[in-house]
Design a binder for this molecule. Structure first.
Ligand SMILES: [Zn+2]
Length: 241
């Protein structure tokens, strides 16, 4: 039974060391992630604006072609005016000419506002370029710092992870689940010892009767104040980590 408690205690020691390595990375992983998402956000918005620009340009070209067609029709109608035989034909032709005139004006107006939109989009895209550059530089720097820290501790970390796996494989599933649950809830510390009659996790006194029971090392005990797994000092002494 002491072995069941000992391996839980050893798992805690390994996780403590892994947590320390993680702490060395400080805020860098978060900073990298937040920079990456900021950069992505800006890039997505730039892509969207480029797409709008392209659509606007296509539409302008289409309008220009339409205008050319209208103008050449207009020319034809104007030439026909000299050949009309009666008022009715004359009215019909002038109506056509006015109609295409109106249409051309409408397309011109539309193209003016599309050109304004393109200009606005170009300005907006240009505007974020320096910001994007700065963010990218910042990201590169932080990534390099993080990589350096990870590289420095790479060997130690992989050794610890191998050892952790070996130990975790020996632990019964319910014990492991309890360990993980408490570890999450208690910011890392799931297994603690009794020190000077107190739980070393929350420093509350453990009643002497319970201390005696815990010393038998034959059962999993939980601190009644903080819920952590309590092990006797003998378990800690026997640990091989
Ligand atoms: Zn406690």
């Amino acid at each position: 039974m002491i072995n069941r408690l000992k391996i839980l205690y050893e798992l805690q020691l390994i996780d403590d060391q892994l947590d320390e390595l993680e702490e060395l990375r400080g805020d860098l992983p978060n900073a990298v992630e937040s920079l990456e998402s900021k950069i992505n956000e800006i890039r997505t918005s730039v892509t969207e604006k480029e797409k709008q620009k392209k659509e606007s340009l296509d539409k302008r070209k289409e309008n220009e072609e339409e205008m050319e067609k209208l103008l050449s029709n207009q020319k034809k109608f104007k030439a026909q005016l000299y050949q009309v035989r009666n008022n009715k034909e004359y009215d019909a032709l002038t109506k056509e000419i006015d109609h295409s005139e109106e249409h051309i004006k409408k397309l011109e107006l539309e193209n003016d506002s599309l050109a304004d939109l393109s200009k606005k989009l170009t300005d907006e895209i240009e505007e974020v370029k320096p910001q994007l550059y700065t963010l990218n530089e910042e990201l590169k720097e932080k990534q390099a710092d993080l990589k350096e820290i990870i590289k420095t501790n790479e060997k130690e970390e992989s050794k610890l992870k191998t050892k952790r796996k070996e130990i975790a494989d020996l632990i019964k599933k319910p014990d492991y689940s309890a360990y993980i649950r408490i570890r999450k809830a208690k910011k890392g510390k799931a297994v603690v010892t009794i020190k000077r009659s107190a739980c070393s996790g929350c420093h509350n006194i453990v009643p002497s009767q319970k201390q005696l029971e815990i010393r038998r090392n034959n059962k999993l005990f939980f601190c009644e104040y903080c819920g952590r797994i309590l092990v006797s000092p003998e378990v800690a002494e026997q640990s091989e980590i």
